[in-house]
Design a protein around this ligand. Structure first.
Ligand code: AMP
Length: 171
């Protein structure tokens, strides 16, 4: 699979960012299905599929249905109505926080985490820490694509050497 259906938009949402827009891929029925099937192929040994807000939700929920597993939303702070577990992390400028509902699923279950893009790896690593704080086991991270020059993969590997990291689209 190639990244032909990823639209590259310069200077969005701010100057200097090369934004990878996945909406053309989402609009292509076959490409969307192929990507979700490929992600689902990594879901055989897990119990749940977690998606990172917002674009990770689209892929992860489709993968959850395809693979017959439940879906766990990893949300930006302040959106979940119940009791939450939080994990903050550093952005280029400032801080962000991700949350999941506490006691949503039984402790000790294995979780596959899905997002659209791996850039610096900060969001993915915070998601891994969040899943661990919830007494769950993150076993694999899957991204549609990776901006390899930003070093996210090595950052995650350094922090969690046994975690599998998969990307679906070639650059
Ligand atoms: P990072 O924490 O730096 O790995 O950033 C990953 C998160 O930010 C993912 O949830 C992506 O959706 C989003 N993101 C970061 N950089 C880009 C980019 N260049 N194009 C599209 N999404 C991006």
């Amino acid at each position: 699979m190639t990244s032909d259906l990823i639209r590259v938009i310069a200077d969005f949402p701010k100057p200097g960012i090369i934004f990878k827009d996945i909406t053309p891929l989402l609009a292509d029925a076959k490409a969307l299905n192929d990507c979700c099937e490929k992600i689902a192929s990594y879901a055989k040994d897990v119990d749940y599929i977690a998606g990172i807000e917002a674009r990770g939700f689209i892929l992860a929920s489709a993968v959850a249905v395809l693979s017959g597993k439940g879906f766990i939303p990893i949300r930006k702070s302040g959106k979940l109505p119940g009791q939450v577990i939080s994990q903050s992390y550093e952005l280029e400028y400032g801080q962000a926080t991700l949350e999941i509902h506490s006691n949503l699923v039984p402790a000790g279950k294995k979780v596959l985490i899905v997002d659209d893009v791996l850039a610096t790896g900060g969001t993915a690593l915070a998601s891994v820490e969040l899943i661990e704080k919830a007494s769950l086991i993150p076993t694999c991270l899957v991204f549609l694509l990776e901006i390899s020059q930003l070093g996210g993969r090595s950052r995650i590997q350094a922090a969690r050497p046994s975690l599998q990291i998969q990307t679906i689209l070639a650059e």
